[in-house]
Design a protein around this ligand. Structure first.
Ligand SMILES: CC(C)(COP(=O)(O)OP(=O)(O)OC[C@H]1O[C@@H](n2cnc3c(N)ncnc32)[C@H](O)[C@@H]1OP(=O)(O)O)[C@@H](O)C(=O)NCCC(=O)NCCS
Length: 374
């Protein structure tokens, strides 16, 4: 049975920084309150011309470059997002087209902030079953578009960004070792975005009622999160026959420093074992775990051979954890001469654009011809 290794990673965060002091100019709050309650100092906000797919494509290309894998070699793309570009088509299909992943099946997975754990698990299981070889998983968010900037209970929390992993099959043991996924829909009303779906189709009334904004019972979510983070970590470790002591790093969903602190206490693990960057990005939902992971790699903390737990929770309610042995891009086979990576990937994107344009042109011509046929 092949193993599912994480062989590529990439992030994309918007340049624009929104500090707590900036938010204090919009609602009645202050830097001290936000920092002491959440640990957040600032977050990134997408520019007007940046969409969930824009950030996703950028993160995806970087991940493919690290893995040295051509987009055409991908079998599967999963985008997980709490702020997808549309209800449909899936954001994953927009990514598939823009990177030229010609043979990949692409779909979106919705499990709110736990989405990245669920998506990596789904891809890993597909690889373990032998049905695919190469998968691209992206968590991408432009949640700032769904935040009520007049609601101080939520607008302080969220930020925009994307992170991606490439998963590849190999006979070498390692990669994703275990995973657990949980849901409890009885807590569905604790964290919602109700407007624009089939129950509350967009209308003047839904807009007036603010149904297109994130709504949250902060205390209920806090209680739930502190309950499940440590427990899910322990459950995934038990499945992998490992203990917290054997783990090098825990990479949690970055929602709130105090929630992470509580999980550390529950697990009797030093807080230094946790990768934490919630101070700089806020809660980027599905993107928070890969963004933290990539920062850990780039800062030299997370290295090949390290044992790591990813753990998340979110709306639904959903929660889950995954134990992995971090691989790195060791699966690269010696290829015959090929141009430097950045040129190759520039070419891939250019070809993808031309291909997409040609396919659209063919569809346009077909439309004209079929009109004459009628
Ligand atoms: C949102 C959160 C920081 C609020 O902290 P809290 O201690 O629970 O605060 P409360 O909502 O009970 O509000 C306490 C007081 O602070 C006020 N308050 C709320 N937000 C505030 C803000 N941004 N600035 C200043 N005061 C604020 C409230 O109005 C309330 O005032 P009152 O006592 O006069 O009524 C906290 O509940 C939390 O982090 N929850 C988890 C949220 C989360 O992680 N969601 C994403 C999951 S994926």
């Amino acid at each position: 049975m092949p193993y599912a290794h994480i062989t590529g990673w990439g992030v994309s965060v918007p340049q624009s920084v929104l500090t707590n002091d900036d938010i204090a100019k919009m609602v009645e709050t202050n830097d001290e309150w936000i920092r002491s309650r959440t640990g957040i100092r600032e977050r990134r906000i997408a520019a007007e011309d940046q969409f969930t797919s824009t950030l996703a494509v950028d993160a995806a290309i970087k991940a493919l470059q690290v893995a040295d894998l051509a987009p055409s070699e991908l079998d599967l793309i999963i985008v997980t997002s709490s702020s997808p570009e549309y209800i449909f088509p899936a954001t994953a299909c927009l990514v598939q087209d823009q990177i030229g992943a010609t043979k990949a099946g692409a779909f979106d997975l919705l499990a709110a902030c736990t989405g990245f754990i669920f998506a990596v698990n789904m891809a890993a299981q597909s690889i373990r079953s032998g049905s695919i070889k190469n998968a691209l998983i992206i968590g991408s968010e432009t949640l700032s578009r769904f935040v009520n900037w007049k609601d101080r209970g939520t607008c302080i929390l969220f930020g925009d960004g994307a992170g991606a992993f490439v998963l590849q099959a190999s006979d070498v043991p390692g990669g994703v070792l275990s995973s657990v996924m949980h849901s409890d829909g009885s807590g569905a009303d604790a964290l919602t975005l109700l407007g624009g779906g089939a129950r509350y189709p967009a209308s003047e009334i839904t807009v007036a009622e603010g149904k297109h904004f994130v709504q949250m019972d902060g205390k209920a979510v806090f209680r739930f999160a502190t309950r499940v983070m440590g427990a899910a970590t322990r459950e995934a470790l038990d499945l992998a026959h490992m203990t917290v002591e054997e783990i090098d790093w825990i990479i949690p969903h970055q929602a709130n420093y105090r929630i992470i602190e509580t999980a550390a206490k529950y697990l009797k693990a030093p807080i230094e074992k946790f990768i934490i960057n919630v101070d700089r990005y806020g809660n980027t939902s599905t993107a928070s775990i890969p963004i933290a992971a990539v920062e850990a790699v780039e800062s030299g903390k997370l290295k090949g051979g390290n044992k790591v737990v990813f753990v998340g929770f979110g709306a639904g309610l959903t929660w889950g954890a995954l134990v992995a042995e971090w691989t790195g891009p060791i699966l690269q086979t010696k290829k015959k001469y090929s141009p430097p990576t950045q040129y190759r990937f520039f070419a891939y994107r250019f070809i993808a654009r031309v291909r997409s344009w040609l396919l659209r042109a063919v569809r346009h011509i077909e439309r004209i011809l079929s009109r004459h046929e009628l």
